[in-house]
Design a binder for this molecule. Structure first.
Ligand code: F6P
Length: 531
């Protein structure tokens, strides 16, 4: 069990105390080979982890943590379809979604066949829509997809679309609406022609309030223009609740499956990726899956310390549990990856934001960090000040493609220079020139750790590998913290209270249900409410 009574945990804690005297720059001075040694490559990704507050002894202690928690066995259990989500009595089969047909574990043959069937349907639909064979009302070719979904049904696919649009011609434009805020759907609907618009409703449960209301609004907008008879050509659903989708008006042939063994935050690999497949072509979607599969293979087979997701996981645990780092930042130096921090935020925080162990016992150590970030170099002119001179330790993952998809060399040179400069500045800092207050304001303490994650270019393959790398990092951390990363019960209470408050707007309800502050806020809202 991790925590202060665990001997490995204790060894790590005393090692951390000893290491406190050594600055990162000193570690480089002591080992001229450090930059070359502390790096690795997998699935098209290079990880330089030399600018971390670790020594060979730290890595040895990490290996004891890995052994004690039988990580390789846990990984095997997950990919083999064991019930790794005990509170929902389910396996977590996102790795199966990207496995090449014929390579699935024998015991998962039925699930693998269902995945292959879904992929065949996705490919057919994507080809038909892109070729104009599947047209909207009156034979109008589909030019726009309105993808409605929230959480995992939105963050992954929207991030993938943004990442791929720089390199791939989009045959069809995609618009994503998640928020129930009517301003968003209004603005998007106002830009679109209903006759050439396809609605993709992505909701595993088909009961998520925000998605259903947006879908109802968009459906009414469509029906108003094309009529109820032609509506079916404009509706696709991706859901585990096909009855509800059918009641909504989605033709059975246009409903794609979402299985209970795929969590929302892993669903971009499932039929939720239909939007990616339509917009960029099925081959691009398959390449994304293949990139992730290459990372899966590495994760399953590479031993410590050459296992990239494991290394990221252990470094994260090092700072969360032994340096009391409350957060970690992700800074992609790539405009296309600007939505990656949002996706990783859900992936990590919904998975590892837990405070009881797998058996339901309270735990006394930190679990998932607050994940945040934003694209570089913009962040340099905003939040990086706090990382350089603030009082908190925030480890950073820099993500940098070495080549761009444009020909503006000077732009890319600057992007690269900025990224490399930030990681060096965080580490080296700058001493005060003189011993006075004015100089102190200009000094940077340095010694801030960061990872440098390089890819040759952002392609579907490297993007798939990056996303899978973070999924596996989160999984390893959960296994070491002894928590279940595959459920998210914490989000339910807010939904229930939201339902009750919504119901109270038009009906007298038992006011005792709400606390005094909330009661007063409801009253204030009702006084302003548009009827
Ligand atoms: O509220 C959390 C959550 O359940 C996420 O886990 C999920 O990604 C999202 O809502 C959307 O759920 P659904 O796909 O069922 O609409």
């Amino acid at each position: 069990m991790p925590g202060k009574n665990d001997p490995i945990w204790q060894a790590l804690a005393s090692h951390r105390t000893r290491l406190a005297d050594k600055a990162l720059v000193q570690l480089f001075r002591e080992d001229p080979d450090r930059a070359r040694r502390l790096r690795m490559e997998a699935a098209g990704i290079t990880l330089d982890y030399s600018k971390n507050l670790v020594t060979d002894e730290t890595l040895n202690l990490f290996s004891r943590l890995i052994e004690a928690n039988v990580l390789p066995h846990q990984i095997q259990q997950m990919v083999d379809g064991a019930e790794v989500n005990p509170t929902e009595r389910r396996p977590a089969l996102h790795t199966l979604l990207r496995t090449q047909p014929g390579k699935a574990p024998a015991r998962l043959r039925a699930e693998a066949e269902a995945i292959t069937d879904a992929l065949v349907r996705i490919e057919q639909m994507a080809n038909d829509i892109r070729s104009g064979h599947w047209a909207g009302a009156g034979g109008t070719p589909i030019t726009d997809i309105l993808h409605l979904g929230i959480g995992g049904s939105n963050l992954g696919p929207e991030m993938v679309s943004a990442a791929l649009e720089t390199a791939h011609d989009r045959a069809v434009n995609c618009h994503y609406v998640a928020n129930v805020d009517g301003h968003h759907i209004d603005r998007v609907l106002n830009q679109l022609n209903p006759r050439s618009t396809l609605l993709v409703i992505a909701s595993k449960s088909f009961s998520t309030q925000e998605t259903l209301l947006n879908a109802k609004t968009a459906r009414a907008w469509l029906a108003n223009a094309v009529g109820e008879t032609d509506l079916a050509h404009h509706l696709i659903a991706v859901t585990g609740n096909s009855e509800a989708a059918s009641r909504f008006g989605v033709a059975p042939a246009n409903a794609l499956p979402m299985w209970d063994w795929v969590g929302g935050r892993f669903s971009l690999w499932s039929a939720v990726g239909i939007t990616t497949a339509i917009a960029f072509g099925f081959r691009t979607f398959r390449a994304l899956l293949d990139g992730a599969a290459a990372m899966d293979l590495h994760f399953k087979e590479a031993p410590w310390p050459d296992n990239l997701p494991m290394m990221l996981a252990l470094l994260g645990i090092w700072y969360s549990n032994f340096y009391d780092a409350e957060s970690c930042a992700v800074m992609p130096y790539d405009h296309g990856l600007r939505l990656l921090p949002n996706h990783l935020q859900q992936l990590d925080m919904e998975s590892n934001g837990k405070s009881v162990d797998q058996k339901g016992k309270p735990i006394d150590y930190n679990t998932g960090p607050i994940v945040w970030g934003g694209e570089g170099s913009n962040g340099q002119h905003a939040f990086l000040q706090l990382l350089h001179q603030g009082t908190r330790l925030v480890p950073v993952d820099f993500i940098l493609p070495l080549r761009s998809h444009h020909n503006r060399t000077e732009h890319h040179d600057w992007l690269v220079a900025n990224c490399l400069a930030q990681s060096q500045a965080l580490m080296t800092g700058r001493a005060a020139l003189q011993d006075d207050g004015a100089s102190a304001h200009r000094a940077l303490p340095g010694n801030h750790p960061s990872n440098m994650i390089l890819v040759d270019r952002i392609t579907p393959e490297t993007l798939g590998a990056i996303i899978a790398m973070y999924e596996h990092k989160v999984f390893c951390q959960a296994m070491i913290w002894h928590i279940n990363p595959f459920d998210q019960w914490g989000v339910e209470l807010g939904k229930e209270i939201g339902d009750a408050i919504f119901a109270s707007f038009d009906n007298e309800t038992d006011e005792d249900r709400f606390d005094p502050s909330t009661r007063l806020l409801i009253k204030q809202y009702l006084a302003k409410r548009k009827k």
